[in-house]
Structures are given as C-alpha cells and as structure tokens.
Design a protein around this ligand. Structure first.
Ligand code: PXL
Length: 267
C-alpha cells in the first residue's frame, strides 16, 4: 500500500567521502529501515584529512526540492545538518513551515570536531532565532552547546543550565553530546532534557579511536529515523545512542586519518 514504509528526510550538505553529512544520514536511515529522502543544501569536498572546498546550492533549487518531495512522499520526520549561511537557514525555515514533514531534529552544525567551520559567523544569530525554535529535538555537541547557550561549560551543573537555556530558545528536547577529546577518559556522557522537564544522562564507554567522523550526524539521523517510525522521543534518543556506540566500537578502517564510523554495526 502507498506510503506504508516510514519515510524521513535529511536537509543537509553532501560530504564527498561519505563519512558525514547527508551520506551518514542516509546510511543511518537505511540501517533503521526507514526510507531516506534528501534535500541537499551544500556540497563539501572532504576526506578523512578534512574539508578542502565547499559550495552552497541556489535557494531556488532548495525550494524545488522541498516542493517535489512534499507533492509525492509522506515524510514523517525531518532533520537538518549543514546549513552554511543565513540565506540557506531562512530558506529551510520558510519551507519547513510551509510543508508537513513531521517533527524536526536540528543538528546545529557549526564547527566540525577538527575545527572546520561549517556555518558563517554571521549566520549564528539566524540559527538561534529562526531554526532552533522549530526544533523538536536539538543535538549540539559540547562546543555548540556553549556557543548557543552563550556560556562556558565546566561542570555537570553547567551542562544542565545550558540545556535549560536551549529550551528557553524554543527547542523542545535537548541532547547535549559529551566531549570526547581527553585520551584518559573512560566514558562519554550525554545529557538529555526532555520537554516534560524529566532529564537523564546517557553513558557509553569511551572508545580510543580516530574513526569517529559522522558521529553527530548519525546520532541525530538515528533519532529522526526512530521518530519517523513512531517511537517516543526518549526511546528514539536511547536507541540512537546505542546505535552510535556500536558504530564507534566496531571500527572500520576506511580513509587514512579521521575515518567514518561503522554503520553496519549491530545494535
Ligand atoms: O559532521 C558534520 C558535517 C555535516 N555536514 C557535512 C560535513 C560535516 C563534517 O565533515 O562535511 C556536509
């Protein structure tokens, strides 16, 4: 029967080495048995050493992508990834409001783990003012949480306060991803604050590997896929964490340096 298979869309940039961005999202949707559609916003020439070039797509083309999808598919959940500048953010916000693509998971991609800037400095306020209020779930990493909450985070109480500040900006459910930049750490802890004000920590072992490209994209795509299947937000977040942990623990050696996580991992 038409439209029986859960469908989700990633609104994101392409990463040419397939480790992050739209490609990581589509791998993730596939592994969750969710049909993946894609609205491309930008293209990045990247490999496991970093990002070497990028271009944005014309906003009129992004309008056409939204329209084409909305006219034919029944999208149950959506996520955003790289949105480069204010023009792209405004286009995505306008289109998301126009169509019914279900709950929105916002991965506020600002800076990659390796210091590549994926969002213009001038676009940061647009992200904060227009996209974040639409977020059913927002998944900042440690650095993005500090930037968006406009505070430095040095303790667990700070993380909780930052999550509250993100809720005040209009995001409903907050997942602040723990830092994993200390070779001596033994675990990674993410903090979750839900719309109903319940909160919890998600803890997973720290895996000492360089093969972690696409971790954030995969977490947010995994949450999106589970929401498209009708999972509760808490169940979606818990499943996503389990998937990402398995994908990091079961390393694959692709690319010379900071390679992708393993989307084939069993979870
Ligand atoms: O992981 C963040 C990210 C998102 N989107 C694109 C990327 C990257 C990181 O490289 O290339 C397109």
């Amino acid at each position: 029967m038409l439209n029986q298979i859960p469908q989700a869309v990633t609104i994101a940039g392409s990463d040419s080495d397939g480790s992050a961005g739209m490609q990581a999202d589509l791998h993730t949707f596939f592994r969750h048995e969710v049909y993946g559609a894609s609205i491309l916003t930008a293209c990045v020439a990247g490999n496991s050493f970093g990002i070497h070039d990028s271009v944005n797509l014309p906003t009129s083309f992004i309008d056409s992508e939204f329209k084409a999808l909305a006219e034919d598919y029944q999208i149950k959940a959506a996520k955003t990834g790289m949105l480069s500048d204010s023009k792209l953010i405004n286009t995505v916000v306008t289109n998301y409001k126009k169509y019914n693509f279900g709950p929105l998971v916002v991965d506020p991609v600002i800076t990659t783990k390796h210091g590549n800037e994926l969002l213009d400095a001038s676009a940061y306020q647009t992200l904060r003012d227009t996209l974040i209020p639409l977020a059913y779930v927002i998944t900042p990493n440690f650095f993005e949480a500090q930037k968006l909450a406009e505070m430095s985070i040095t303790s667990e109480d700070d993380i909780k306060l930052a999550a509250q500040k993100l809720q005040q900006l209009g995001a409903k459910n907050i997942v602040i991803k723990g830092a994993h930049n200390d070779p001596n750490q033994t675990e990674v802890k993410d903090y979750v604050l839900l719309e109903d004000q319940s909160d919890f920590w998600l803890t997973a072992p720290y895996h000492p590997t360089d093969r972690v490209n696409g971790t954030g994209d995969t977490l947010s795509a995994s949450i999106t896929a589970e929401l498209a299947k009708g999972a509760s937000v808490e169940a979606a977040i818990r499943t996503a964490k389990r998937f990402v942990d398995a994908a990091i623990a079961n390393e694959i050696i692709v690319g010379h340096k900071f390679g992708p996580i393993n989307h084939w991992a069993k979870f």
